[in-house]
Design a protein around this ligand. Structure first.
Ligand code: P1T
Length: 386
């Protein structure tokens, strides 16, 4: 019997504990496991870097939420991305969105480039531009949608079509999607033709700003085997306790996302009307350039809103210091509302000229709209926007 999202969120991967009947998957806080005889182990469990039962439950849960066959959990979103990059070799080439999280750009530019990996950044709202950026050496196409921080929407199925229509061997490039901003509740890239889905589970999957984690989900057996090998060989695995916290969080993902979407729409509408705000980007507004793609591809428009404040850096700074319900902090996706300044904070590792070309200006402010009462959020913004 196939279950729907909310049922999967609460149950997938989690049977009552066979020894006690405990409803919640225990935190198997152990690094190793007793063997009956050398090499005779229970299931996959010989050492907790390789496998841990709390992690196994989380990995099965995440796979179910993304509609994939295999899930892998990591110690951070970047270590999950690093695992994908480790599948590549010197001389290989990556095509990625021009507007990605600053850290995803930094690992390519400052770590893998030195090791001989090439990359090209491209505005993927133009799917045909992806094929134009591919070379015979392209082995990975990395999509982020909605993008961080500008909330551009990339048509995943259209990019997949462009990649597969390219010349060999590039047409076999792995298409990966960073699904962090949408969460599996709003969008499932595997169903749109992607090979692997990535999450910073620090964000909506965790949802309470108390865990740093990452995840990969795929249905491709060969790719999964390689990624699983690398997960163990490189070793950036999450603790059993963090896996437990994430299992606790995914049980409410669908409920939280509904409220994030509802509140973000109200906040975006309020900001769009405010005289101190120059431009608001929210995929749910008809004014968003890819609103039609978002309607088709996503089940809701998410909790992230970006706006450009009129005035300069000092005006932005004053506004960010004045908010009280929103907290001035990096990160996103928690139940509490956060606000931040991408040029100074999350995207400082993107070079200034690239930021300017993308539109990450001094007036750009990013809001992670939480699940408080929308009226209180709007009042807070109104008061700070004087
Ligand atoms: O922080 P970490 O869990 O390692 O995940 C990195 C990452 C990857 N992908 C996206 C889309 C992200 O937003 C992030 C992390 N982002 C922030 C910390 C931020 O404030 O944007």
């Amino acid at each position: 019997m196939t279950h729907r999202f909310g049922t999967l969120a609460i149950h997938a991967g989690q049977e009552p504990d066979p020894t006690t009947g405990a409803i919640m998957t225990p935190i198997y806080q152990t690094s190793t496991y007793a063997q009956e005889s050398p090499g005779v182990i229970k299931g996959p469990y010989d050492y907790s870097r390789s496998a841990n039962p709390t992690r196994t439950a989380l990995e099965a849960n995440l796979a179910a939420l993304e509609g994939g066959r295999f899930g892998l959990a990591f110690a951070s979103g970047l270590s999950a991305f690093d695992c994908v990059l480790h599948t590549l070799n010197a001389g290989d080439h990556v095509v990625l969105c021009d507007d990605v999280y600053g850290g995803s750009f930094r690992i390519l530019d400052k770590v893998y480039k030195q090791m001989g990996l090439g990359y090209t950044r491209v505005d993927m709202t133009d799917a045909a531009a992806v094929r134009g950026a591919m070379t015979a050496a392209t082995r990975l196409v990395w999509i982020e949608t909605p993008t961080n921080p500008l909330l551009k929407i990339v048509d995943i199925a259209a990019v997949v079509r462009e990649v597969r229509a390219g010349g060999t061997p590039a047409r076999q490039a792995v298409v990966g999607v960073d699904n962090t901003f949408a969460s599996p509740y709003l969008q499932n890239p595997l169903s749109l033709g992607a090979d692997v889905v990535h999450h910073s589970s620090t964000k909506y999957l965790g949802g309470h700003s108390d865990v740093v984690g990452g995840a990969l989900v795929t249905s491709d057996e060969g790719l999964h085997a390689r990624l699983k090998f690398l997960q163990n060989a490189v070793g950036a695995v999450p603790s059993p306790h963090d896996c437990f916290l994430l299992l606790r969080s995914t049980k409410t993902l669908h409920v939280r996302m509904e409220r994030h979407c509802e509140n973000a729409m109200k906040v975006a509408r309020f900001l769009a009307e405010h005289p101190r705000v120059g431009r608001v980007s929210y995929p749910g507004l008809a004014s968003h350039p890819q609103h039609a793609v978002a309607r088709r591809q996503m089940r809701g428009f998410g909790g992230m809103v970006t706006m450009v404040l009129r005035g300069g850096l000092d005006d932005a700074r004053r506004f960010l210091e004045r908010v009280r319900v929103f907290s001035l902090a990096e990160s996103l996706g928690g139940v509490e509302s956060l606000i931040e300044h991408p040029a100074i904070m999350t995207h400082a590792s993107v070079p200034a000229d690239a930021r300017a070309a993308l539109g990450i200006s001094d007036g750009l402010v990013r809001l992670s709209v939480g699940i408080e009462d929308a009226e209180d959020l709007i009042e807070d913004l109104r008061r700070a926007l004087v």
